[in-house]
Design a protein around this ligand. Structure first.
Ligand SMILES: [Zn+2]
Length: 489
């Protein structure tokens, strides 16, 4: 794990031109092979219900089961990476855009007709070349996982090894979409008209990219204040933002640095890197807060925790801490203290944040409902694109394209981890407000509590277990709905 993590860190931060992962996997082949899986499965089945051994072997089983399909699918994944790096979208005889740049190009384009033309060209290329590759990938992943014989189906296998109740979460998502429907319909026209000059009946997914790219507030999030402001806030909360040197912040521009920010835990908890390539504006602040939540979690895990509790586990937890920090951008008091927004502008800003939050919650709810069908095997592969378009379009208003039915999918139900993280974050925020007041983020007693009660535990607990321990409540969408209503109200 350390060797792989270091390799990714060096390659993605621009210190090395490529990640050489195959030699590492070859050197340690026995760890991830079928014999290791069989051994862990035997230990898991022999462990008693609710025991520490069952908790620990379930995490190892999750990791090893996923490794079996990951190893077999590596050539397909490599083909996809190579395709993405070289594909070109031909919009017209004179205009061609590299596939990797197309989302940014659409988001930055203020001309609706041009945006739609680029999108049409992108979708037809994806339908021809990328979608078949991705479809093959998901078909094979389902077959390989079902052949492991851990449970009766792909979805049942996921529930067994993750400890997550998929049908329960799906029912919550359906209820959430229904409960927020009126609020969503009320607010959509205001934003599509003001930001895009379009009626909700005309908007497609490409317009959503442009809408959420809006830079109206960037001036209030100056790049030169970002790192110092956020470090000051974490210090005021009673946490050393660098964890006595265990965290290294790498936020300067460098050739070869990946454009998406990331956190690399090379040795947990002793050596953690937060890498960000600045783009400017509010997105950088949100991203930095998110990755700092991950970095602090890794750097403050108790070193004596077993390997599986530091490296594996339910990512709903670490994503929950990352969101606990990035959702500070939804707190009016935090915004006026640490950014350049004043109280009046913070209110306008929060209205647009509330709209965006509701959009992404509805999108992820619809994605999970769809992805459960994709893996369930109840529908023919060829009828999935219609379901995808219907689910995503009705949840978000933006018209989706059939071409993306196998492309816009997070493998292994990562959408479920995000949705649970969202719920956990909202519950943790409410708990922190109850214990340490509305400005918990500058209360010097709050940080030590977070380190002791949350970060220190690593990822030993499942997200819903932690919610019960810390807040004595189940995970739910209720506190998220309250937060969105507050911002839009
Ligand atoms: Zn994250």
């Amino acid at each position: 794990m350390q060797e792989i993590s270091r390799e990714y860190y060096l390659a993605h931060s621009g210190h090395k031109s490529t990640a050489e992962l195959q030699p590492i996997y070859a050197r340690h082949a026995a760890i991830l092979g079928p014999d290791a899986l069989a051994m862990v499965l035997e230990a898991f089945r022999a462990s008693s219900q609710g025991s520490e051994e069952q908790r620990s072997t379930r995490l190892l089983l999750d990791w090893l089961a996923e490794s079996q399909s990951a190893r077999e699918l590596a050539p397909v994944d490599e083909r996809q990476i190579a395709w993405e790096a070289s594909a070109v979208v031909r919009v017209s005889d004179t205009k061609a855009i590299p596939y990797e740049a197309v989302a940014i190009e659409i988001a930055n384009n203020t001309d609706r007709a041009e945006r739609h033309a680029i999108e049409a060209a992108r979708a037809s290329l994806v339908a021809r070349e990328l979608a078949p590759l991705r479809k093959e990938r998901f078909e094979r992943e389902r077959d390989i996982t079902e052949q492991l014989g851990l449970a009766s189906s792909y979805n049942a296998t996921f529930e067994l090894v993750s400890g997550i109740d998929l049908d329960g979460l799906k029912a919550e998502c359906e209820q959430f979409l229904q409960d927020t429907n009126d609020m969503w319909r009320d607010v959509v026209p205001e934003f599509t008209k003001r930001v895009l000059g379009m009626d909700p009946s005309q908007v497609i997914r490409a317009d959503a990219l442009a809408l959420f790219r809006a830079r109206d507030f960037d001036a209030y999030f100056p790049p030169e204040r970002m790192e110092s402001s956020i470090r000051r806030q974490v210090t005021e909360m009673g946490i050393d933002p660098l964890a006595s040197g265990r965290i290294t912040l790498d936020t300067s521009d460098r050739e070869g640095k990946r454009s998406r920010a990331f956190c690399s835990p090379v040795r947990v908890p002793d050596e953690v890197y937060l890498v960000l390539r600045p783009h400017g504006g509010q997105v950088d602040w949100t991203t930095f807060l998110h990755e700092l939540g991950h970095a602090l979690h890794f750097a403050y895990m108790r070193p004596e925790l077993a390997m599986e509790y530091r490296w594996l586990g339910d990512n709903s937890v670490t994503e929950g801490y990352a969101m606990l920090f990035d959702h500070l951008m939804e707190d009016a008091g935090w915004l006026t203290r640490y950014t350049s927004l004043d109280a009046a502008r913070a209110r306008t800003f929060l209205r647009s944040v509330g709209f965006s939050e509701l959009h992404y919650l509805r999108r992820y709810s619809a994605k999970l409902i769809y992805e459960i069908e994709l893996y369930a095997g109840r529908m023919r592969w060829d009828s999935l694109p219609d379901l995808y378009v219907e689910q995503l379009t009705s949840a978000t208003t933006f018209r989706y394209n059939r071409a993306d039915a196998f492309v816009d999918v997070d493998p292994h139900f990562y959408a479920a981890r995000y949705l649970r993280a969202w719920q956990l974050q909202a519950l943790l925020t409410e708990t922190l407000v109850e214990r340490f007041d509305a400005d918990w983020w500058r209360n010097p007693r709050a940080g030590p509590w977070i380190v002791e009660m949350l970060f220190g535990e690593g990822q030993r607990e499942l997200g819903h277990e932690q919610a019960q321990r810390v807040a004595q409540k189940p995970l739910s969408f209720a506190p998220l709905v309250r937060a969105v209503e507050r911002m839009l109200g």
